[in-house]
Design a protein around this ligand. Structure first.
Ligand SMILES: C[S@@+](CC[C@H](N)C(=O)[O-])C[C@H]1O[C@@H](n2cnc3c(N)ncnc32)[C@H](O)[C@@H]1O
Length: 269
């Protein structure tokens, strides 16, 4: 049997807190941080990223925006934060450096199928698709990120650009577009088939839609089921899908050399 030994705890004096105000990269708010001891502070030491900025998820996401960070997103607010930090370098360090093929493939497919104007670029980002359309294209762009839209605006390729969340009703009249295009938006952590009813609502009868879906997420993001219902209801033609490698050979982000996406095409009935 063990006896209880009595011991007197001796309090060791704790160092005075070294409180500093640091601006969080992700939520953009100043918060106080005890630089002498990060425990109990709102920050993850060394990252300048508030622990609450991503619903408590401290995974790398906004200090160094890249494909992995983008795939780790969960909410529209996460998307706004990530793309706010990525907007100025997205074209050079993703579209160009990684040989992102989707924008050119979507534009080419839309043109080859006789797509008309005006056309809505859904999740247009910095306007990568627009660069592959002819100069007389009449294109509007929609995105949740004002910073991405600001880069798109500088390219002077869009008739109008507006901020909107594809997971909510769109503030647009019905039947006003001859088509929509979208590249890279229907993927991990971004948007799924829940956006389709509103996008189809803004299409005129006969309008053409061409958009990508990350191939392995076809069912998970709800496309299989939603298209089944929509074709059954006579809203759209049966979608045609073409599988394409997402990145140029030799340029893909590490571990994504073999990533495949679907270029999906259908018409509004
Ligand atoms: C990978 S980027 C693709 C941008 C551009 N289409 C391209 O091909 O380069 C995905 C875009 O989807 C936008 N996005 C993510 N979630 C969104 C939402 N809920 N509503 C509207 N846009 C969203 C992001 O802001 C980002 O610009």
């Amino acid at each position: 049997m063990f006896g209880r030994t009595s011991s007197r705890s001796v309090a060791t004096p704790s160092p005075l807190p070294d409180l500093r105000l640091i601006r969080c990269h992700a939520c953009d708010q100043e918060n106080s941080v005890d630089a002498s001891n990060s425990v109990g502070s709102k920050f993850v030491t060394g990252l300048n990223t508030c622990r609450f900025a991503n619903n408590g998820n401290t995974a790398k996401m906004t200090d160094d925006p890249d494909l992995e960070s983008a795939y780790a997103l969960e909410t529209p607010e996460d998307n706004k934060r990530l793309y706010r930090n990525w907007a100025e370098t997205y074209d050079s360090d993703f579209v160009e450096a990684k040989g992102f093929r989707f924008p050119a493939l979507v534009a080419e497919s839309y043109m080859n199928q006789g797509g008309h104007w005006p056309c809505l670029d859904v999740g247009c980002g910095t306007g990568a698709i627009a660069e592959h359309f002819p100069d007389d294209a009449v294109l509007d762009g929609l995105d949740i990120s004002p910073e991405m839209l600001a880069v798109a605006e500088r390219k002077s390729r869009y008739r109008a650009l507006f901020e909107a969340n594809l997971k909510e009703p769109l503030d647009l009249p019905s039947g006003i577009y001859a088509g929509f295009v979208s590249s890279g938006t229907f993927t991990h952590g971004h948007v799924g088939a829940e956006a389709l009813p509103e996008l189809i609502r803004v299409l005129a009868p006969g309008a053409l839609a061409v958009h990508t879906v990350k191939a392995d997420l076809w069912a998970e993001l709800g496309f299989e089921e939603t298209f089944e219902v929509m074709t059954g209801d006579g809203l759209i033609t049966r979608p045609v899908t073409v599988a394409e490698q997402i990145y140029e050979d030799g340029s893909a982000p590490d571990g994504h050399q073999d990533d495949v996406g679907l270029i999906v095409s259908f018409r509004r009935l």
